[in-house]
Design a protein around this ligand. Structure first.
Ligand SMILES: [Mn+2]
Length: 360
């Protein structure tokens, strides 16, 4: 008998403003931000998938909410309502707070509070914890912005796993040196852990939240990746959740299930891209007089942004996603965008002073 579960991460529920309209959400009275409704639909898809595949355990790897210090009441309400759909189906939820769920740097206060207390089916782990299931053990490590604390927690997680006679799986919300971020919500920090900080040999698999691009980190370690795309920084990525299978002998396999939430799609000139009706489409064109409404109709799309690509300004500023510390972002901007008549070092110094002043 193999053991199956789903894991999703980096949900970032919020009243995002880009292309937002007011719309209804099934089962809840009133009108809501359409971007929030798109996110809610993702949770509905995960519940449906779990039901269809008779999966009774779903893990969440952090960043349920987007705003660190204030979660809008309607956001909290509809997300909590949907988490209870899992409970109604007899599905147990295991959740760790991500940095976006924390109201302070230490995670003393976090916005997942109350969810676990509402139901024995919802478990929230804000410190290193082991949860023992029939066939496997789960070990959870929440976010911390201290490298020492992260290393301590991972060591503790390894110690817990070593005591377990069952295949044990690690779930954590942490940044990893050298990994691809895949989102401009996330900053690479010096406090990010390294692959060697993870006691990976103690686990049959390690799943991480925080960076939004689904990717393999080491032999038995992966970023789950965000459930869906949130902004243009996500364009072109692959988003979804994972359906994981653990054999009796501890062999782990999984597949990524893509969600049908809107994608951010960029089409430059006559490039061939694939889109669906609810996507956000950005057309970059040299043509100056495109009829937007006609183009929307022709393409069968609701959200269209036309960017005129003139000869003078055709260098879009993109960041190196492996170099996202505040200082290296500053340096990249200065190197790529600074007008020639300004002195590079002088501007860099001013930028560094500003960073220091705001405490970065
Ligand atoms: Mn995060």
């Amino acid at each position: 008998m193999s053991f199956e579960f789903l894991v999703f991460s980096d949900f970032h529920a919020h009243n995002h403003t880009y292309c937002a309209t007011r719309t209804s959400i099934p089962g809840i009275r009133g009108l809501y931000n359409s971007r929030l409704a798109d996110s809610v639909a993702v949770l509905d898809e995960i519940v449906e998938y779990a039901k269809d595949h008779k999966i009774k355990h779903v893990v969440f790897c952090g960043d349920l909410f987007h705003r660190r210090t204030s979660v809008f009441t309607d956001v909290r309400y509809v997300v909590t309502d949907r988490l209870h759909k899992f409970v109604e189906e007899g599905i147990t939820l295991y959740m760790i707070p991500g940095n976006h769920d924390m109201g302070d740097r230490k995670g003393n206060v976090h916005s997942l509070v109350g969810l676990g207390e509402l139901s024995p089916y919802i478990n929230v782990y804000n410190k290193v914890s082991l949860s023992s299931l029939d066939a496997v053990d789960f070990v959870f490590v929440p976010y911390t912005d201290s490298l020492d604390e992260a290393k301590n927690m991972l060591e503790k997680a390894g110690d817990l796993a070593a005591l377990s006679p069952k295949p044990t799986i690690l779930f954590a919300h942490l940044g990893m040196q050298g990994a691809k971020v895949g989102s401009d919500y996330v900053l690479v920090a010096d406090s990010d852990i390294s692959v060697t900080d993870v006691p990976s040999s103690k686990f049959v698999a390690c799943f991480f939240g925080h960076f939004h691009e689904h990717q393999q980190l080491f032999l038995n370690g992966w970023y789950v990746g965000a459930t869906h795309e949130h902004n243009w920084g996500d364009a072109g990525g692959s988003r979804g959740y994972l359906h994981v299978n653990v054999e009796d002998d501890g062999k782990v396999s999984f597949k990524q299930i893509k969600t049908s939430a809107p994608n951010f799609v960029v089409r430059k000139d006559e490039e061939i891209v694939v889109w669906k009706h609810n996507d956000f489409l950005k057309v970059i064109t040299k043509e100056k007089f495109l009829d937007k409404e006609a183009l929307k109709k022709e393409m069968g799309i609701t959200h269209l942004e036309i960017v005129t690509d003139t000869e003078e300004d055709n260098t879009e500023f993109t960041l190196d996603t492996t170099q996202l510390s505040p200082l290296s972002i500053l340096e990249q901007w200065v190197d790529k965008k600074l007008p020639q008549h300004l002195d590079r070092d002088e501007v860099l110094d001013i930028g560094k002073d500003i960073l220091k002043e705001i405490g970065i």
